[in-house]
Design a protein around this ligand. Structure first.
Ligand code: NDP
Length: 234
């Protein structure tokens, strides 16, 4: 029998690729979505991660179908870019609420059953920007840096119970999110990527399935870059 896997924001982009990679291994995959549901072959649950009640209801629905979540991938995320001097407090807190507090909400809800099972895998999708910073992304970078503190603290709290909490730091991956970046910015980003190209969503998914595998049992509190060398040294 496959493991019960939950990928937040798994209806499109990186999250969809992660969900498909787990499904291809035979796991029982659930994905959350807000707007457009996932493709029909994936079990979708409507859930906005900024709402604790919706998070709880989504877990309850998944538990009924697949059993307690054994592998959690906190992937849902947004950007709302602008320079510091123009960024409103609402722009800052709304990005933190979705990207960082959202990950906290799902991790907290998942931990209960993982502790009981004395086994679990949590993978947080951060970004190279969380460590390197990025102009116009004070809110986003803060949220992504925060995920590292979350994962490492969970590692210290739960690492003795066969629960791992790791972070993936993708670089520039071709999705709707990066489509929104201007051509000039894309060119300057690519000039600094040693691989000389954008990453593919499947390349992020491969790293996630590794961290969730039995082979990665001794990898805990790690930050794994999947960035073509963009963030080397961070
Ligand atoms: P997309 O914009 O393509 O997808 C974002 C996903 O997050 C969607 O499924 C969206 O759901 C979901 N989401 C956003 N806000 C919420 C919320 N409040 N509650 C529930 N779901 C939400 O982004 P990517 O696939 O590119 O990014 C996925 C993750 O990877 C993000 O955390 C992002 O920060 C990170 N990342 C991406 C990089 C890239 O280059 N693309 C680089 C580094 C990190 P809906 O469809 O309903 O809006």
């Amino acid at each position: 029998m496959g493991r019960s896997v939950l990928v937040t924001g798994g209806n499109r982009g990186i999250g969809l690729a992660i969900a498909r990679a787990f499904a291809a291994q035979g796991d029982d995959v659930a994905v959350t979505y807000r707007g457009k549901p996932p493709p029909e072959d994936l079990f979708g649950v409507r859930c906005d991660v900024t709402d604790t009640e919706q998070v709880d209801a989504a877990f309850t629905e998944i538990e009924a179908k697949h059993g307690p979540v054994e592998v959690l991938v906190a992937n849902a995320g947004i950007t709302d870019d602008t320079l510091l001097m123009r960024m409103t407090e609402e722009q800052f807190t709304s990005v933190l609420d979705a990207n960082l507090t959202g990950a906290f909400r799902v991790a907290k809800r998942a931990a209960r059953a993982m502790l009981k099972a004395r086994w679990g895998r949590m993978v947080f999708i951060s970004s190279v920007v969380g460590m390197a910073g990025s102009p116009g992304q004070v809110n986003y970078a803060a949220s992504k840096a925060g995920l590292i503190g979350v994962a490492r603290s969970i590692t210290r709290e739960l690492g003795g119970r066969n629960i791992t909490a790791n972070v993936i730091a993708p670089g520039f991956i071709a999705t709707d999110m990066t489509d929104a970046v201007t051509e000039d910015r894309k060119k300057s980003i690519l000039a600094s990527v040693p691989a000389g190209r954008y990453g593919q969503v499947d390349e992020v998914a491969a790293a996630v399935t590794f961290l969730a595998s039995d082979a990665a049992a001794y990898v805990n509190g790690a930050v794994l870059p999947v960035d073509g060398g963009l963030g080397m040294g961070h």
